[in-house]
Design a protein around this ligand. Structure first.
Ligand SMILES: [Zn+2]
Length: 303
């Protein structure tokens, strides 16, 4: 019982931290470093108690593109000099994004969220999901923990990215994951693919689609307007970030392995963009690719 209470307290703290974070998302690198060291000490304490959870850190993972950014890739240079100002040009032409700053520059207001991939040990309160997965490596100096996490970024409007990060500390693990997510951005195809609905708005998926990673398989199914996301919580976070409001899902295989299921969902969403859809059907089920802007809405009406 003690364990459970402790966990709840921690959870509350975490929520508090998150709300503070929302108010003041900007931190300087200096501050971050300080926090990181503080956190390191805090973690040592936590380890002594064998509590695996590590509170979510400050810092939304976003650093505004600074003037010090010296682009190394050709695409980076094109973006830094303002030759490319539209993310669609990059995504539609399948250009490879090698620098996270490209995304900072073109999509400065992306949201980010950690997905729960870890699991706490423990007799009673164990089994709860954590944002960091901790692994131990036994060495001569003792146990060396490593933290891994998955970050999902997106604009809630047709664009998401997902990335993994692993490090000895939680903050760098999250930073790595965020950076990787920025290099792994995709456009989402939305639509109203539910026969019961037919409302003509892209609130769901255009059709049923599956993705598979390892033995984990997920099928995302269009749902009528107002259904909500009747899917697992982590999958819901991904769909929400993508701007999909209504969907059902069916999962098969090793569903315990959250990481595989998360990536299977990402694969399914990717699959949507690969499908060739004839223009008539496209209109019928209101297919929209990428972000919906006022302009794109006007175009749709004109069509
Ligand atoms: Zn609909």
């Amino acid at each position: 019982m003690v364990w459970t209470i402790k966990m709840d307290e921690k959870k509350n703290n975490q929520e508090e931290k998150e709300s503070i974070e929302e108010k003041a998302p900007q931190k300087t690198t200096e501050e971050e470093k300080g926090k990181e060291m503080e956190e390191e000490q805090g973690k040592e304490d936590a380890e002594a108690e064998e509590i695996v959870e590590v509170p979510e850190e400050e810092n939304s993972g976003f650093v505004r593109v600074s003037e010090e950014w010296k682009p190394r890739s050709r695409l980076g240079k094109a973006v830094a000099t303002g030759k490319i100002r539209d993310i669609n040009i990059i995504l539609d032409n399948g250009m490879k994004i090698l620098e996270a700053e490209i995304i900072d520059q073109l999509l400065p207001n992306l949201d980010s969220e950690l997905l729960l991939v870890g699991q706490s040990k423990g007799k009673f309160g164990g089994g709860q999901r954590r944002v960091f997965k901790q692994t131990q490596k036994k060495t001569n100096e003792g146990n060396k923990p490593k933290f891994s996490t998955i970050v999902i970024i997106g604009n809630h409007n047709g664009i998401i990215g997902i990335g993994k990060g692993k490090s000895k500390e939680t903050v760098p693990a999250r930073e790595k994951a965020t950076r990787n997510a920025k290099l792994n951005i995709i456009k989402i195809v939305r639509g109203c693919g539910s026969w019961e609905c037919g409302c003509g708005e892209p609130h769901s998926l255009p059709f049923k689609v599956s993705g598979k990673v390892g033995s984990s398989k997920i099928t995302l199914i269009p749902a009528p307007k107002g259904t909500g996301l009747i899917v697992e919580p982590e999958i819901a976070k991904i769909l929400k970030m993508a701007g999909i409001k209504d969907a059902w899902s069916r999962t098969e295989g090793q569903t315990k392995t959250k990481t595989n299921m998360i990536y299977a969902c990402f694969e399914a969403l990717k699959e949507l963009t690969r499908m060739k859809i004839n223009p008539q059907l496209k209109r019928e089920i209101s297919i929209t690719e990428g972000s919906i802007t006022e302009e794109s809405e006007k175009e749709a009406v004109e069509e």
